[in-house]
Design a binder for this molecule. Structure first.
Ligand code: GLU
Ligand code: ZN
Length: 294
């Protein structure tokens, strides 16, 4: 079977794009080019507390400036529209319904920080705590599920969040297209994760899988800081009966002290670099001409 390569750029409009994004996205674009495939742009705007419209406009402008080209996206539409997550709730509810029918999830009433944080990709893995499974025994009949199904959940009411029960002790492995064989152990490297927040917002892990599958993405290019999330997502693909795409994880850019660029507060945005007179070509030359990951 020779399926056409489809990759995606999936920024979250919670700030200006910086070098870390540019590098990963550039790798994604290179991969799409190598395979003669297509690239789509998706606006991952589920985090309504941090999302700002000005960042969406800036994101698209900065990406054009840097030389990114996409064939489908929020600014131009396409066969898999809409390309912004806030308009794709039906897909997430359908996926949640499947997880529920397969008994993969359970309601969790712990008021933990990770429930709130679940809407964004957990790039800073060092902050993650493995959920001890406190609510695992809870019955699958919480009202949040019915409301999530019907879409009537109001953001102001406090309900249970929904967690995916991971197969403790199982090694989740995949061959990364850049880094080779990757393994992580469910219950040890990551625990039961939130798929639906207690305020009715789908979590990053579920939204990402539902979209990448629906948009027929054949390869996901992302930073190596999301390796463990990829393992979680493989479990979701499996539970949902979706075809697992290929993965290409880029090494993270570190500064001269070895700290991750994306973590630094003073990291330069593409806007600032542009204002300082840098061209995209100069910025890429600073990467040593290599795409991330090579
Ligand atoms: N919107 C997510 C982010 O910015 C996407 C991560 C991914 O799945 O590639 O981190
Ligand atoms: Zn709980």
């Amino acid at each position: 079977m020779n399926q056409k390569y489809r990759g995606r750029l999936a920024p979250s409009p919670t700030g200006y794009l910086h070098l870390g994004h540019a590098r990963t996205f550039w790798a994604a674009q290179q991969r799409a080019k190598i395979f003669g495939g297509e690239l789509i742009l998706r606006n991952d705007d589920l985090d309504s507390t941090r999302y700002k419209m000005e960042f969406v406009d800036a994101m698209i402008e900065d990406m054009h400036w840097f030389g990114f080209e996409w064939r489908e996206g929020p600014d131009m539409g396409g066969p898999f529209a809409p390309y912004k997550q806030s308009e794709r709730m039906d897909f997430y509810r359908a996926a949640l319904g499947k997880l529920r029918a397969g008994n993969f999830i359970y309601p969790c009433t712990c008021s933990r920080k990770d429930i709130q944080a679940a809407v964004t990709a957990p790039h800073a893995s060092e902050d993650e705590v493995i959920y001890p499974g406190t609510c695992r025994g809870k019955r699958d009949e919480c009202d949040v599920m019915r409301e999530a199904d019907t879409g009537s959940s109001s953001r102001s009411t406090r309900h249970a969040a929904l967690r995916f029960r991971v197969p403790d002790g199982e090694t989740i492995s995949f061959i990364d297209e850049n880094l080779g064989l990757q393994k992580s152990i469910a219950g040890k490297d990551f625990g039961d994760f939130v798929v639906w927040r207690n305020d009715g917002v789908p979590a990053y892990q579920l939204a990402c899988v539902a979209d990448d599958a629906a948009m027929q993405i054949t390869e996901v290019v992302r930073g190596a800081d999301l390796l463990v999330s990829t393992a979680r997502q493989i479990l979701l693909y499996r539970a949902l009966g979706f075809v697992v795409p290929k993965f290409f994880h880029c090494e993270l850019i570190l500064d001269d002290k070895g700290e991750r660029l994306a973590k630094r507060h003073d990291v330069l945005s593409l806007r600032t670099l542009k204002e300082q007179g840098n061209t995209p070509e100069q910025i890429r030359a600073g990467w040593g001409g290599k795409p991330a990951g090579s």
